[in-house]
Design a protein around this ligand. Structure first.
Ligand code: MSP
Length: 652
């Protein structure tokens, strides 16, 4: 980033309050937090914004289902988001809520300005509306004349008087924006979609609603009480109202923003509507709209109904917050979809964090303690290791621009190459041999090289793993701040004489058995959660999750006869079953029912089997299906035919 740009403004999307946070939300927030922490360390005046999006029909409906007022409900869920980010030590400067008074005033002022400019007019709207996506679609866009093309839920025809924003007037200006600023949309590959969408022609945008009232009212001067603002108009404005647009404008010096981080599903709103609104408001445009991909779990889309949503708190509690942060940032190239699995997380912990990073610190502690009573001087490091230092500086210099280009996984890869220089130097120079041959000065220079490399990498990793880096810095006797960033990174300086302190292993190895247990637990939650969800849904909003008959028939259900059953050793919940579902060979199914059925009691009985489930490996054993069961406070019962049926009989 050029030095002239001293102010950095970083935002996450504001999260809808109709759901609690999952790893998708945590992902965006962690990326933004990393960028904000890095920017502060590098000396930029930084403002990091996150918050919650609380208006619109979807939120009003979710509140109604729970017999709560929209505000009561929004308070509750917004509080949960804020608590989670506080638990995660997310370094936001402001948490905005769209129900905050200053926000509403700012949105009204913006509406007024766009209206006065002639960009807003009143008309009539008739269209297919998806409440879940809060978006209108044309007939041609619908699936089977009815379904929302984004989420598949049925749309409804909404006919109402509406205010419109003259989006069509901005077509050429938007195309010029994309053309002249090839990095406005990141990753660049995503820009094409947006350009094609705009080239296909933009309709004016309906920006008010009369069918519900949970939203920001129009400015008083419009004298039109029936309307509330369209939720996306209200929501996008948060990026400027949070800086005081229309109220106390002192933080508007952070505008234009450096980067709005968003998921790919909401890129269109940010890359088309938002710059058009800003042009209308005569405000400068942000540098980047950066769109990340979606996380799936074990290869499947996460959804409440599948019960496979990953709770970020659970993962951070189990594996450590910094390991989770590292994994999220390292595992997937920005912009691409990524798969979350505990196995992949554990592999990263054991190899990148334990072997490469943690172990290097152990070696520093070991060598400095054994040979030099923990006292390390860098006075001869340049004499013996200028080459390695130059290589490290070069890698770090080239890595830095990757941060603001959103290639954070590549950034981490480059830092790991720097760690390799250190790990390799120990093997190449053999300090133990030097000590034996009386070459103490050289051995000290080598230990100092490792300390220098570790210190530089730590500074560059501080934004990624702040807690662990604080421990490393303590052990190395260095501080990580803007002064050390300047001295050791920008000026390529050398670490002052220091005393190493021994600390506990940073990333203790996770053993194979634990990985296997985690797989079982995961399998067990996948078995348990859909049932819990199903029970919950009876009392909440089943209509949120309507499926078509075709979707139902995608699941193949058959009657299976259990031919063999045995306990899975070391598992509290699993039984290993051989089930005849009318095929040439029996299916092996691992079922989480050990607490409710003994293996012997099952042999010869029948159950209903989901037979087209993707096979999964649990504790190293293949599971090729799932048994259906119902569970309440009195226990669990397998679902069985009333009278015996031929194995393989279809259930419909
Ligand atoms: N309220 C709007 C944003 C308004 S910004 C002016 C919204 N909220 S959301 O809560 O539904 O989604 C917030 C973000 O979470 C989006 O960027 C979305 O892409 C992201 N994710 C939701 N599920 C996700 C995954 N499974 N994986 C990664 N991110 C995902 O949209």
């Amino acid at each position: 980033m050029s030095d002239s740009c001293k102010k950095v403004y970083i935002t996450t999307p504001i999260y809808y309050v109709n759901d609690v946070a999952h790893i998708g939300h945590a992902y965006t927030t962690i990326i933004a937090d990393m960028l904000a922490r890095y920017s502060r360390l590098a000396g930029y005046d930084t403002f990091f914004l996150t918050g919650t999006d609380e208006h619109g029909q979807k939120i009003a409906d979710s509140a109604a289902v729970r017999n709560k007022s929209p505000k009561e409900y929004a308070d509750e869920i917004s509080g949960k988001f804020k608590n989670l980010w506080d638990d995660f030590d997310i370094s936001y400067d402001k948490f905005i809520r769209t129900t905050d008074e200053y926000h509403k005033i700012g949105v009204q002022k913006a509406f007024q300005k766009m209206f006065d400019k002639g960009d807003i007019y009143k008309g009539n709207y008739e269209g297919n509306y998806c409440v879940s996506c809060e978006t209108f679609f044309t007939d041609a866009q619908l699936i089977d004349n009815e379904g929302c093309p984004d989420c598949g839920r049925p749309t409804t025809i909404v006919k109402e008087e509406s205010y419109f924003f003259r989006l069509s007037n901005y077509e050429d200006k938007l195309l010029a924006l994309y053309e002249n600023n090839p990095e406005f949309i990141l990753p660049k590959a995503k820009a094409k979609e947006i350009v094609n969408f705009v080239k296909a022609g933009l309709h004016d945008l309906s920006i008010s609603r009369t069918s519900f009232d949970w939203g920001v009212k129009l400015p008083d001067s419009m004298n039109d009480d029936k309307h509330v603002m369209y939720v996306w108009m209200d929501a996008l404005m948060n990026y400027i109202t949070a800086l005081g647009y229309g109220t106390d404008e002192k933080n508007m010096e952070f505008w234009p923003g450096k980067v709005h981080l968003v998921g790919k599903d909401i890129l269109r709103f940010h890359a088309i509507f938002w710059p058009a609104f800003l042009m209308s408001l005569e405000l400068p445009l942000p540098d980047h709209i950066a769109a990340h991909g979606w996380w799936t779990r074990d290869g499947e889309k996460m959804s409440k109904s599948k019960g496979n949503v990953v709770d970020p708190k659970e993962i951070a509690d189990a594996y450590g917050l910094d390991a989770f942060r590292y994994f999220m940032l390292r595992e997937v190239p920005f912009g691409q979809d990524g798969d979350f699995s505990q196995r992949a997380l554990m592999d990263r912990i054991n190899s990148d964090l334990g072997n490469d990073l943690g172990n290097l610190l152990n070696r520093i502690q070991g060598m400095s303690g054994k040979y030099f009573d923990f006292k390390v001087t860098s006075k001869d490091v340049e004499k013996y290791h200028q080459k390695e230092l130059d290589e490290a500086h070069e890698l770090i210099k080239n890595a830095e621009p990757l941060i603001y280009n959103m290639q954070i996984n590549r950034y981490l890869e480059e830092l790991w190459k720097v760690l390799t220089i250190a790990n390799k130097a120990i093997g190449d120079y053999e300090p133990w041999a030097m000590m034996k041959n009386g070459r103490e000065e050289e051995a000290m220079a080598l230990v100092a090289l490792i300390v220098n490399i570790m210190s530089k990498v730590s500074i560059m990793l501080d934004s990624v793993m702040p807690e662990k880096i604080a421990q490393i810095a303590k052990s190395l006797g260095i501080t990580v701040d803007n002064a050390s960033y300047k001295a050791l990174i920008i000026e390529k300086g050398i670490v002052a004489d220091t005393v190493i302190t021994k600390i506990d292993a940073l990333f203790p190895r996770i053993e194979e058995e634990l990985i296997a247990t985690a797989e079982v637990q995961k399998a067990e939650t996948v078995v348990e959660k859909p049932r819990k969800e199903a029970q919950k849904k009876e009392s909440t909003s089943e209509e949120d999750n309507i499926i078509t008959i075709d979707q139902f028939f995608e699941t193949s259900l058959k009657i299976g006869t259990i031919v063999e059953a045995e306990e899975v050793p070391k598992s509290k919940k699993l039984l290993k079953l051989q089930v005849d579902v009318g095929e040439e060979n029996n299916r092996q199914i691992l079922a989480g029912i050990k607490e409710f059925y003994s293996a012997e009691s099952l042999v010869g009985t029948q159950a209903c089997v989901v037979s087209n489930l993707k096979p999964a490996k649990l504790m190293g054993m293949l599971s090729e299906g799932m048994l259906l069961a119902a569970k309440d406070e009195n226990g669990l019962s397998l679902l069985r035919p009333e009278t015996s049926k031929v194995a393989g009989t279809k259930v419909s």
